[in-house]
Ligand binder design. Structure first.
Ligand code: PMP
Ligand code: GLN
Length: 387
């Protein structure tokens, strides 16, 4: 049988987590916390199950949850999405991404992808018959120890066939966020085009150095063409619940829901009821930056005592580090060796590169996940400092 995704194997996250389990390694690879969610949230799920929320919920999502998503987005970013026609609860951000892409990308349409990129984007674009058009992020150099978006290159990539642009900030794996000037540039680029935007903002509440997060929906001109996607998995330490949402103007939401209703129809009822009640208290997400800043700084400072060269992250629960002083191996080989021989698991950044030009590339970078207890990070550092 011919494959619809011939170039796709098992995702790097599954591969590395399995290796970590097989070799009993400390897993700083796949992005998930090694600590539990707030017991109050778990109790709310139990309560929802005990009070009859066990059958199919309303297709677009629980009313209270949609209403509280709408309120949160308006309070934080100043853009009001109508809870009835513009907010949809999805099975994690992954479903929202796939449903959006299938809903709007026609065969032959071009989709702009900034590279490195999250691993589900390109397979989803290909399944829809779309053509990914890669624009590389500018890598760190002597002057700037951070990746940057080159908006001139993004602008040059737009053609009459461009249907959608994938934008993920805070960015996995580089940890970069957008500044006001970036949003200005993006507005100018898409003005007078029909290009739609997919804003993957799953790490919206994990931003560092006391900076506010600039969602794409803070700009009305961008919000009018944006599918805004987030994930409760990241925000509430519940990646295994697979709960997320998508906000988009009513005409775009209509198309999204046509796919959503036949992809999953609807999403876990008790989880929705619990999250709806829980998120009404803004402190449940406003405390996240300081919570994760501590972990980021702990790992960053710890890595500075090793031969890794860490790069500060502006957001997400990941940071990158250069390992060229330790090994000349390619990223995947280095990550496998580290797991097998040293019992620490990381993710090779090459897994986030998809374009043919980058296929054989090697940036000597690995990604660390710091959504871990301090003792886990400490254990890993005590191994890494001997490399
Ligand atoms: N987008 C990005 C950038 C991610 O890092 C993740 C995390 N896994 C997802 C989407 C998927 O989120 P979810 O687990 O809610 O499906
Ligand atoms: N987004 C998570 C990461 O980047 C992994 C999610 C997954 O395994 N699909 O590590």
């Amino acid at each position: 049988m011919s494959s619809k995704l011939p170039a796709v194997g098992t995702t790097i996250f599954t591969v590395m987590s399995k290796m970590a389990a097989d070799f009993k390694a400390i897993n700083l690879g796949q992005g998930f916390p090694d600590f539990e969610p707030d017991p109050k949230l778990v109790e709310l799920v139990t309560q929802a199950m005990k009070t009859g929320h066990n059958q199919y919920p309303y297709m677009p999502g629980d009313q209270v949850l949609r209403s509280n998503i709408s309120k949160k987005v308006e309070t934080l970013y100043g853009h009001r999405y109508d809870e009835n026609t513009e907010v949809t609860v999805t099975s994690g951000a992954t479903e929202a991404l796939m449903a959006t892409i299938i809903a709007v990308v026609n065969p032959g349409d071009e989709v702009i992808v900034l590279e490195p990129c999250y691993d589900s984007y390109v397979p989803a674009i290909r399944l829809a018959g779309g053509i990914p058009v890669f624009v590389p992020l500018t890598p760190p150099d002597q002057e700037n120890n951070t990746y940057r978006v080159d908006w001139d290159r993004v602008g040059e990539a737009i053609t009459p066939k461009t249907r959608l642009m994938m934008l993920n900030f805070p960015h996995n794996p580089t940890g970069i966020t957008l500044k006001s000037e970036d949003l200005d540039a993006l507005e100018t680029i898409v003005n007078n085009t029909e290009v739609l935007l997919l804003a993957d903002e799953v790490y919206e509440h994990i931003v560092f150095d006391a900076k506010p997060f600039l969602s794409l929906c803070t700009r009305p001109a961008l919000a009018a063409r944006t599918f805004l996607i987030s994930s409760f998995g990241k925000t509430y330490h519940t990646t295994g619940w697979k709960m997320g949402y998508c906000c988009a103007p009513a005409n775009l939401t209509t198309e999204l829901r046509k796919v959503h209703q036949f992809m999953v129809f609807t999403v876990s009822s008790p989880m929705q009821v619990a999250l709806g009640i829980y998120m009404a208290d803004a402190s449940t997400y406003l405390t996240l930056p300081s919570f994760y800043q501590e972990k980021h700084d702990f790992l960053y400072e710890g890595l500075k005592q090793t031969r890794f060269k860490p790069i500060r992250s502006q957001g997400t629960f990941f940071l990158l580090a250069d390992y060229s002083a330790i090994s000349k191996e390619k990223e995947l080989d280095f990550a496998k060796w580290l797991t097998q021989e040293k019992k620490v698991t990381l993710i090779p950044v090459s897994a986030f590169y998809r374009s043919p030009e980058e296929d054989a590339s090697n940036h000597n970078l690995v990604r660390f996940c710091f959504a871990k207890k301090e003792e886990t990070l400490e254990q890993a550092l005590s191994v890494l400092k001997h490399l």
